[in-house]
Design a protein around this ligand. Sequence first.
Ligand code: ZN
Length: 393
Amino acid sequence: MTKINFDPINLTQALVQCPSVTPKDEGALDIVENHLSHLGFKCTRLPFSDKNSYDVDNLFASIGSTGKHLAFAGHTDVVPPGNEDSWKYPPFSAKIDGDKLYGRGSEDMKSNIACFISATHAFIEKHGANFNGKLSFIITGDEEKDAINGTSKMLEWTKQNNIIFDQCIVGEPTSNKSIGDKIKIGRRGSISFFITVKGVQGHTANAHRAENSAHHLTTLLNNIISKPLDKGNDNFLPTSIQIATIDIGNTAQNIIPEFAKATVNIRFNDMHTSESLIEWMQNHIDSVFKNIDKSSCSFTIDSSAEAFLTKPGSLSKLMSDSIAEVTSKNSKTEMATDGGTSDARFIKDYCEVAELGIRNQTLHQVNEFVYLNDLKDLQKIYLKILENYFSKN
Ligand SMILES: [Zn+2]
């Protein structure tokens, strides 16, 4: 049994000390479950298996039976620490040095879970468990890697059990220079194209008897990047097309290569979908290969997320108002859509979702850390959000 301690710093330390590199848990979910059970939450472990991925354990916890339903979503898994000798302190020691707490997962995103649990504790201490609302935690152990046995399956499970959320806050690190100066109300989508061009191999001296796959591939790639897809809009940056790999693997200088391959990753805004981009790619291929055999160029895709936007509205306003009350700053909270994908990509299909967490500074890096004062500030902001959210019931 873990020690129950609702201080956000202590709780962050306890979570960081579990080396929960995906898909390992190492006791992290137990800590979350024990603290929430202590507060009266009904906790359900949701282990999932799938032939396409490793097994994962997850935790759903809920309190309350009537009123508006707010969910907090997060993940206890972390990315590997990399070379441990490069770290100032062992990556899972959760060492506090001066005003910082070091450790893998401290920023992404165990501190955010700790702060939300701590805020929930303070809220229930003040208002009791009958606060005329419902509050749930959707905590997965599979966000950083495959994300097959994590949040998406948990949400299917909640749907099957007639659990409906009104709003959800994801605790990913979104803040910039100070806690709460930036929240995320959407995310760009991501799709990768794995392109293969098949030519005819031959002697470089007999080019007329060969078909150089590399030449066709470079023409195609040049076509793709020569014209931007869009200029962006009020809520999103322009779509970004990036050539990630070009692979020919030819070991001889006198052979015209038969195969040439490339990977293109596109981070797209809400002016596109995976489907429209697949069509866009096919059109480019059709025009480049119109005088050659079109079947000589093929591609497969990995479409990991569609772009989405939660229109600036009730949830984001409640969050930014709560931030302003706690920080008493006049500067407005930025409503952003930049950065990578998160589990909000799944949640957006179930309810209104926005993301707010600790400062985005060192996640996935060596010497990942959080400032102790930031933990205190984030806990206060989460508490204010709970008070404002449920007072309006
Ligand atoms: Zn994360």
